[in-house]
Design a protein around this ligand. Structure first.
Ligand SMILES: [Mg+2]
Length: 338
């Protein structure tokens, strides 16, 4: 594989047993399946893809995790802090770019843990922002009353005092729309939570509108009130994209929002961040890898398993960012109890 050794971090292990090895240059045989006792989590940006271009031999490396028949023999998933599109769509896109059949369950994005907040906000009015289609992402998780921050802002005249200049420069005439009737009564119904699903596109507008929502208790233009919960899908300060040097990420946006909010509001901003290196993300990845392992082994090795035993002797995280990939994987060791 093309990954540099320093970017590979072991996240859990049984010291007395050797993991299955990739040293053979040929594809894994069906006989080897029984001995595959490890799982892999791949970062995407800078490891598998750079922009939309595969890095090195990543497609060939991934193909070695399948039999010629297409059956998955090494449980693996993608663990990325990126996002903005539903996991189903991202899996399809990755399958096309990498030439292997990737399931939605193998794609864990920064916002995937937002699913766990469904009980709390399923029928509450919430807003979501970020590149891609953040409202669709949240709707697919089951949230019933989601507005994109863009749509939400369109119902408040002059909430973004420089919006007309942005339309002239960034939006073609044919794409401009007059605000429709609000789908919800945003002038009287409070926003119960705000979600930064992916990298915000219009930082100025988003900082302005989020400050309005958060300091007013969910009703922009209203008096100061308790801050609704704010969730970030990740907290990466920078990430590697197609440009030669790293780009500012959600973490940079969080710092910008926090700095402004704390200057204009008497109470400091409260928020929850997900994504790597949050240990929860790695525990969740382990659960998904276990499910993949179970489904790939059920026909030939199920009877050899000790009930309740952990299927893996080793889990690997392959990433390019020491502060999120390696740090998170190392923290994950503490949570791996067998
Ligand atoms: Mg990366």
């Amino acid at each position: 594989m093309k990954f540099h050794a320093s970017t590979i971090s072991r996240v859990s292990q049984f010291r007395n047993k050797a993991p299955f090895s990739f040293h053979s240059s040929s594809k894994l045989s069906s006989n080897h399946k029984k001995r595959c006792n490890f799982g892999i989590a791949f970062d995407i940006d800078g490891v598998i893809l750079r922009g939309r271009v595969p890095v090195g031999g990543s497609p060939q490396a991934l193909r070695r995790l399948y039999l010629d028949s297409g059956e998955l023999i090494v449980p693996y998933l993608f663990l990325t802090n990126g996002g903005g599109i539903p996991e189903t769509k991202r899996a399809k896109e990755l399958s096309e770019l990498l030439g292997v059949n990737i399931m939605a369950s193998q794609v864990v994005q920064g916002h995937s843990p937002f699913r766990n907040l469904l009980k709390k906000f399923e029928n509450e009015l919430i807003i979501a922002t970020g590149k891609g289609d953040p409202a669709l992402v949240m709707s697919e998780y089951g949230f019933k009353k989601v507005l994109s921050l863009e749509e939400f802002a369109s119902y408040f005249e002059s909430i973004d005092p420089v919006s007309q200049y942005k339309r002239w420069t960034t939006m073609p005439q044919s794409d401009r729309k007059e605000p429709a009737m609000p789908r919800y009564n945003v002038l009287s119904e409070r926003i119960k939570a705000a979600f930064v699903v992916s990298d915000p596109v219009d930082w100025g507008r988003d900082i302005q509108v989020l400050c309005d929502v958060l300091r007013s208790g969910g009703l922009p233009g209203g008096a100061n009130n308790n801050q609704p919960p704010l969730y970030f899908a990740a907290d990466d300060l920078e990430y590697q994209a197609a440009f030669p040097s790293k780009r500012l990420g959600i973490g940079a946006f969080r710092i910008a929002l926090e700095s402004v909010f704390n200057r204009i509001n008497p109470k400091r901003l409260e928020c929850v961040t997900y994504g790597k290196p949050n240990p929860f993300v790695f525990k969740n990845a382990e659960v998904i890898l276990s499910q993949l392992q179970s489904s790939s082994r059920q026909d030939h090795s199920k009877n050899n398993r000790v009930p309740g035993s952990h299927p893996f002797e080793m889990l690997y995280m392959i990433g390019d960012n020491p502060s999120v990939d390696v740090k998170g994987a190392q923290q994950g060791i503490l949570g791996f109890l067998f």
